[in-house]
Design a protein around this ligand. Sequence first.
Ligand code: NAI
Length: 328
Amino acid sequence: MDKIAFFDTKPYDKIWFDKLNTDFEIKYIDYKLTPDTASAAKGCKAVVVFVNDTLSSETIDELCALGVKLIALRCSGYNNVDLRYAKDKIDVVRVPVYSPYAVAEHTMALLLTLNRKIHKAFIRTRDFNFSLNGLTGFDLHGKTVGVIGTGQIGRIFIDICRGFGMRVIAYDPYPAEGFGIDYVTPDKLFAESDVISLHCPLTSSTRYIINEASLAKMKEGVFILNTSRGQLIDSDALLQALKDGKVRGAGLDVYEEETSIFFEDYSSTIIQDDVLALLVSMPNVIMTSHQAFLTDEALQKIAEVTLFNLNQFFKGEALQNAVTYQEK
Ligand code: NAI
């Protein structure tokens, strides 16, 4: 049996892989892949990795030296892979879609929690504090949501918002035809939205799409939602806008410096990242730990497609879910 090194394994990852895998010997490794930990893949032809594993040129060199031939991402985003460097050295595959519903639904959960202050109400009533002071939200019905990125997840989030009676506007350089989406310029979206939700990939053109300049163009009291990638937001600028009251609340499933922190328990540790510590401490910020994908359906699909990708590779078939470097 071909041996696979499976980095950053958590108990919930193993459930579906153990159930569905019949073809490979999987070596589960509970820490992340970095240049320093790549040696754990010794004897393996493929590595299976997730969003916070580091597939830099150094890691790729280490993997190639060990004879690893395939990087199988068990996620859709691939911003953590140096694709240009990987080209002609090692194949890269991904799971293009696992559950866009999971991510879109989590985004709405963040908005509802923030707006109606469910997180505060939960703590209050558990302490038999039944006061309503400070818990006022606003009706989502009739408010404008600006969606940046109208791919799989963005379009489902739009449908959910429409169900709430919200007015939807969107920006995407590649508009989706046939969905009746009202596309506007980024500036118009910033100026008119009560809620802004990010559903675009992290690229050189989207990095820090939310920054001091774009925040200045937004309405007073805007909600910002990010379930895509942390580096879409300049966290320092967001922090300042929260302090100034410009941003009414932020729902963040991702954080620009999440790689060494998310998915681990640091509850007994002093967090050294001051921006993260301040964001988490704010009553109008909800941070989840890159959790938006985490549903039964998504985990099953991730296992099915990853095993399919591995099988295609080891059978020498054309890789249906290959990710390749595109010259700009
Ligand atoms: P997708 O590829 O279907 O859609 C992305 C959309 O963004 C496309 O329509 C594309 O044209 C658009 N886009 C590209 N450049 C843009 C720009 N400069 N401005 C605005 N839009 C732009 O991707 P999908 O499946 O909808 O995923 C969206 C993002 O969600 C992923 O890139 C990933 O980072 C994130 N994600 C997060 C998860 C989580 O657990 N938090 C799980 C899965 C994905």
